[in-house]
Design a protein around this ligand. Structure first.
Ligand code: BGC
Length: 753
């Protein structure tokens, strides 16, 4: 009772401080700031430290009771992984009604690509290049998660990644800063909306700040070496974009960057993110990443780790307890400043106010049933899954198939409702999934579909099922093989040295190809897999990533041409692991490779005299081109690019030039093309990449239709960051492409005076 009175008093105090609008307006503003200041002024040091602690609930009853007592004492500000409106409400009630100041908890959860309705993995979403649709999917994720009491999620992950061995490439937007920035913007806006206090909106957490995707050797958690030039031009831009989009929170990464762990990196967090980008939300550590600074060899012990985390500007500690154990003594010793603690707590309270948690800490306990996997959500999941698929190959226009064609469905992922969901799925359920088998039976008629998986799961090494697969193939005209990786083979800590399809899938594909019938290979995977040795075996390849709940209908839509493929690769596909890293925005080097310069290893004469074969930047076995370039993807139609031009060939700094091209659908079906704008800055104070993506647009054209697509080029596109973080636009010569991918097109010349 007494505690309740204190809560009321606190609210009145806030009212006296001039809060005349709703305390949870959800928008930044003076009233929120006044409320934050007022509340902060009433807090004890212990309560302040409590706000900086995020815990995962223990599994035993005694542990849960102890956790509840800590909430009551104001020693925990946030929990993760509590799910369910009733469960959340119960804990929230303790925080709001039984703690001295009644500060609500903020409850977080990994809702990475959907809550119950599962969308394609983020790499797949990126392959759609459809910002609006990704935003819509994120809004649905927010609505479903919020109906279960979750008001904060640890997504989007916008770690630029140029290494398909790294399991977490699945969670990223791929290799390019601009595509990752698109994902960052779409996800933040979709999750948070304009007003986070709405009950169907939740706070985003942009991760992993920063450089995590550069893990050496593609091995998770590994060290990263990132020159400042690359930090500012490659790794930071998506995070900067997320700040611009209003992201509520950031997560500090596990990795060490050039010798300083990201979670103890004052320059990255305090100087760049908070001071330079003006981020006013809070930073949470990744799970245990504060105390892991001991293993990194950066902090001597837990107390030192707490110092390093807070010094760097990490406001809330996830899972480990160094803040809870040591901030008080660090303050007593004068090693940390009260101002740092106040700033951290103010940031956390600010987001709690913006989320409207003070006004409405509880979640309706009857909402979820009508929200989860709503048919409208499934319809968006189906569209996004279809738009994320990339058609890599389509010999003799094998696809689309005519409905009613006898089809053999083989492969370990044809009928795997759980595996099609992909990594980081905690709340999606296999029972909601529609598999390729179910959807093909429906679309093609069960009598025309002959199913024999051949392998029970992707890593299966037994060929016992091959006979049945052969029998299915014998009855069909076309083989559709659905292969790839199970969900558990990509994502956190799921790195691979070899990208080949696991188990005996290559053998099964070989068997299918030997029967003389056309083969469509559908790949469901969390990364670019090693297709090079296999890709001649398939006549058509649909690269589907892990498409989510509606994988089956989306793929059937594509296979039968109800939807025309429009996805494009957000990451380069290497010919083999030895080519990694390979990415389109590489430097030219002093000896750039060309078709003329490359000499294949087998064409070198035996006993050749010593010479530098070709003298260029290539390997003797793979050459210098990838298997598939960034931005690549086919359609069931063809597009012609014509009249590519610049409105002027000279421009002054601060001015604008328009780059335009006429895009014509030269085929027979309405289809969408992702038109891409690239530039190259030919000389600079620092060498610049051979191409950089600066814009893209999805255009839908009816058969025979043409449209002019234009892009503005100005300072925002033509400059780059110097290593000290300054954005500089340097005069000089540029090349500009409007092209269907990073490997095609004819450049236009532009001079910047
Ligand atoms: C991951 C984060 C995730 C966190 C909470 C960590 O292991 O790196 O991405 O959000 O766990 O589950």
């Amino acid at each position: 009772m007494i505690k309740k009175n204190i809560v009321v008093a606190a609210v009145c105090l806030m009212a006296l401080a001039g809060c005349n609008t709703s305390p949870s307006s959800g928008k930044a503003g003076d009233d929120v700031e006044k409320k934050v200041a007022s509340l902060l002024s009433q807090m004890t040091l212990e309560e302040k430290i409590g706000q900086m602690v995020q815990q995962n609930p223990p599994y035993d009853a005694a542990g849960i009771d102890a956790m509840k007592e800590q909430i009551r004492q104001g020693r925990i500000g946030s929990l993760l992984n509590v799910v369910g409106a009733r469960e959340v409400n119960e804990l929230q009630r303790i925080a709001v009604q039984e703690s001295r100041l009644g500060i609500p908890l903020i409850i977080g959860r990994d809702v990475i690509h959907g809550f119950r309705t599962i969308f394609p993995i983020p790499l797949g979403m990126a392959a759609s290049w459809n910002e609006e649709l990704v935003r819509e999917a994120a809004a649905i994720s927010a609505k479903e998660a919020a109906s279960m009491g979750i008001r904060w999620t640890f997504t989007p992950m916008v770690d630029v990644s140029r290494d398909p061995r790294w399991g977490r490439i699945a969670e990223s937007g791929g290799e390019d800063p601009l595509v990752n920035a698109m994902v960052a913007r779409a996800m933040v806006q979709g999750l948070q909306g304009d007003d986070m206090s709405r009950p169907d909106r939740i706070a985003a957490c942009v991760k992993h700040y920063v450089g995590y995707g550069a893990a050496e050797g593609g091995r998770d958690y590994n060290t990263t070496l990132i020159p400042d030039l690359y930090l500012h031009n490659v790794y930071l831009p998506p995070f900067k974009e997320a700040v611009k989009a209003g992201a509520a929170t950031f997560m500090s990464a596990f990795n060490d960057i050039n010798g300083v762990p990201a979670s103890g990196n004052r320059q990255a967090i305090r100087d760049i993110l908070k001071a330079s980008y003006g981020f006013d939300g809070f930073v949470v550590s990744d799970w245990g990443s504060i105390t892991e600074m001991i293993a990194h060899g950066f902090s001597a012990d837990e107390k030192e780790a707490a110092f390093h985390g807070l010094n760097a500007g990490v406001d809330m500690e996830m899972a480990s307890l160094s803040y809870s154990h040591h901030i008080k003594s660090l303050l007593d010793e004068g090693r940390v400043k009260m101002a740092w603690i106040d700033d951290a707590v103010a940031r956390i309270l600010r987001i709690k106010f913006r989320l409207g948690l003070f006004d409405q800490p509880y979640t309706s306990e009857t909402l979820a049933d009508s929200v989860l996997v709503h048919p409208n959500h499934l319809a968006v999941a189906r569209r996004l899954a279809a738009e994320s698929v990339v058609l890599l190959k389509n010999n003799s226009n094998l696809l689309p198939l005519k409905k009613g064609t006898p089809v053999a469905l083989i492969g370990p992922l044809v009928n795997e409702p759980y595996e099609q969901l992909g990594t980081w799925v905690f709340d999606g359920k296999a029972e909601n999934s529609v598999t390729v088998l179910t959807a093909m039976n429906e679309a093609n008629g069960a009598g025309n579909t002959f199913f024999a998986e051949g392998l029970k799961y992707s890593r299966d090494k037994s060929t016992a099922g091959f006979r049945a697969a052969e029998q299915a193939i014998a009855k069909a005209q076309v083989v559709v093989a659905v292969m790839g990786e199970e969900s558990i083979l990509s994502g956190e800590a799921k790195c691979l040295a070899e990208l080949k399809l696991p188990g005996k899938q290559a053998e099964l594909l070989q068997l299918a190809a030997s029967k003389g019938k056309p083969v469509v290979l559908v790949v469901m995977a969390g990364r670019p897999t090693g297709l090079a040795p296999l890709h001649h075996l398939a006549d058509a390849i649909l690269y589907a990533w892990h498409p989510g709940t509606m994988a089956g209908p989306a793929l059937a839509d594509l296979i039968f041409g109800d939807v025309v493929p429009s996805g494009k690769l957000p990451v380069t596909f290497p010919k083999g692991e030895g080519q990694i890293p390979i990415y389109y925005a590489h430097k030219n080097s002093g000896r750039p490779a060309s078709a003329e310069s490359w000499m294949h290893i087998d064409s070198i004469p035996v006993h050749a005299v010593q010479h530098s074969t070709g003298n260029t930047n290539h390997t003797l076995d793979y050459g210098f081109t990838p298997l598939y370039p960034f931005g690549y993807g086919l359609s069931y139609t063809t597009f012609a690019y014509s009249d590519i031009r610049l409105s002027a060939s000279d421009m002054k700094q601060g001015g604008n030039v328009t780059a335009s091209a006429i895009i014509t659908n030269t085929g027979n079906v309405t289809a969408t093309e992702v038109v891409q704008l690239y530039i190259r800055d030919l000389t600079g104070t620092y060498t610049r990449p051979v191409r950089e993506l600066k814009g893209f647009e999805r255009v839908t054209l009816a058969a025979g239709e043409s449209k002019t697509v234009s892009f503005e080029l100005g300072n925002d596109q033509l400059g780059y960051y110097f290593p000290d973080g300054r954005y500089v636009v340097e005069p000089g010569k540029f090349q500009v492409w409007i092209a269907p991918n990073a490997a095609e097109g004819t450049p236009q010349d532009l001079t910047l005076e």
